[in-house]
Design a protein around this ligand. Structure first.
Ligand code: FAD
Length: 462
């Protein structure tokens, strides 16, 4: 791609309230970096938007100059779509305002806000947005557009189920409201269809009451009992009230202070949980976890919601190399557990997480075609979060993740679009059911017929 000429960028700069960065500018290298250290891409221009008018200008500039467009929300997605080589990066990271309306229990959240921004502001009023993930430096933008689940979504629904409206800049530079009453097709599409239909400059969410403290914690189990624990867990979680969420993470133990030092760096099964209720009932509900197999340690209690939401941040800081392979599991059968544990035995690095959230509850009570997020009936997700530091380990780590994914394919149906790597159109389709895919293509044709927004899990308008 030709470098942009001064004459082109000069006029653009004049019309722009935020910052325009070109290769060589002081902040260029810092801003083009995203969470996944695998991606070292160099946009021809970065438009750091200060507001909606900047986003509109950037979209026009991209179209007029035939530029590839990457939109950066939180920059967290493991597939690396927030940044492009050549082209324009429309960076929303200066747009992070959150305004809460406590009376109506809603929050208006800018398209570049992070989950931590949203949690802090909503908690001032004892509120939270359900479906808002588990790592505070994740972007609200990408998370919501793909679906959005978290510790309280079994009780209160996915982020898309709590989305009331959004402001969207479409490929032709129009600013549209998407809601049940205005542009309902667009509203349907952005609730699971990712960034395919435009740049969302703000979201308006319904909030729920949470905290300020929640009964929550980690119980760490021995890896040698992993099969027995997982057999117990698959039935136990399916009998829990929706207000209680317990997941499984198989990994090497971080140096957590409540674990004996000899356990640090050893394989373990971590059981994180959140209970939205009183402490005594929470203690009763987790007793079976404690009794199922011996524990190596635990940290359980009433934790501030905002702190809990940021509690895992340190394990997944920016900059490491990451490769995700995922699918939804129809059950945690014995054979599936055996495959998972076979691969857990051979994890190539100590930062890898085999992450198995339990999804049933409120999301499954919404019809599968009501929003573009479609796989609402499968009980578990398997996310193979492969994470390492050294490029020399790339081939080994990728091969392990792919083989693991393939070995668990017989137990899987569908995938969460936000957990896809760059895996091709068939895998993007796998994130949807056929009726939903067909409708997504129609909505794409209407709002982005030339596929301006294609640096994403792309739905081609044909
Ligand atoms: P980006 O990389 O900035 O964007 C991802 C995609 O969305 C890109 O295609 C981008 O163009 C588009 N996009 C982003 N913002 C906008 C916008 N405002 N308008 C238009 N398009 C936009 N997901 C969950 O549901 N629950 C979890 O608990 C969870 N935990 C995670 C933990 C970690 C450590 C990581 C890395 C991810 C996690 N995710 C989780 C997945 C997360 O939802 C996705 O990675 C999501 O895409 C991140 O959004 P982002 O805005 O930070 O990403």
């Amino acid at each position: 791609m030709e470098p942009l000429r001064d004459a082109q960028t000069g006029a653009f700069r004049k019309s722009f309230r935020g910052e325009v960065l070109l290769p060589g500018d002081r902040d260029y290298d810092r801003v083009r970096r995203i969470w996944n250290g695998m991606f070292d891409r160099r946009p021809a221009i970065i438009a750091r938007c200060a507001g909606t008018a900047d986003v509109i200008n950037a979209v026009h500039f991209a179209r007029d100059n035939g530029l590839l467009v990457a939109v950066r929300g939180g920059g967290h997605n493991s597939a690396g779509n927030a940044v492009c080589d050549g082209g324009i990066m429309i960076d929303l990271s200066l747009m992070r305002r959150v305004n809460v309306d406590p009376e109506n229990r809603t929050a208006r959240v800018d398209g570049g806000a992070l989950l931590g921004d949203m949690d802090r502001e909503t908690q001032l009023y004892g509120l939270a947005v359900s479906g808002g993930g588990i790592v505070s430096h994740t972007g609200v933008g990408g998370l919501t557009l793909g679906g959005g689940f978290g510790w309280i979504s079994r009780k209160h629904g996915l982020a898309v189920d709590n989305l009331l409206a959004a402001e969207v800049v479409t490929a032709d530079g129009r600013l549209l409201t998407a809601s049940a009453g205005e542009n309902p097709d667009l509203f349907w599409g952005i609730r699971g269809g990712g960034g395919n239909f435009g740049v969302v400059t703000s979201f308006r969410f319904r909030c729920v009451e949470v905290g300020p403290h929640v009964y929550s914690g980690l119980i760490v189990k021995r890896f040698e009992d992993a099969k027995r624990y997982m057999q117990f867990h698959r039935d136990y979680v399916r009998g829990l009230p929706d207000a209680m969420t317990a997941w499984i993470v198989v990994r090497h133990a971080p140096p957590l202070p409540f674990l004996p030092p000899e356990v640090h760096g050893q394989r373990v099964v971590v059981v994180p949980f959140v209970w939205l209720g009183d402490e005594a009932e929470g203690a009763r509900l987790i007793r079976p976890i404690r009794e199922a197999t011996p524990s190596l340690g635990e940290a359980v209690g009433m934790n501030p919601w905002v702190a809990w939401q940021a509690g895992f941040d340190g394990l997944v800081e920016h900059g490491a190399r990451n490769y995700w392979k995922s699918h939804h599991l129809t059950a945690l059968s014995d054979a599936c557990i055996d495959r998972i544990l076979e691969f857990a035995e051979t994890m190539p690095t100590k930062e890898i997480e085999v992450f198995i959230p339990h999804m049933e509850g409120a999301p499954g009570r919404v019809p599968e075609t009501a929003t573009a997020y479609a796989h609402r009936k499968t009980p578990f997700v398997l996310n193979i979060h492969t994470r390492w530091r050294d490029a020399a380990d790339d081939a080994r780590c990728l091969a392990w993740a792919r083989a693991f994914h393939q070995a668990t394919e017989p137990f899987a149906r569908g995938v969460y679009v936000n957990f896809l790597s760059d895996e091709g159109e068939d895998r993007v389709r796998a994130a949807y059911i056929p009726e939903v895919w067909d409708r997504l293509v129609e909505v794409k044709k209407e709002y982005d017929p030339e596929n301006l927004f294609r640096m994403n899990q792309n739905i081609r308008p044909s």
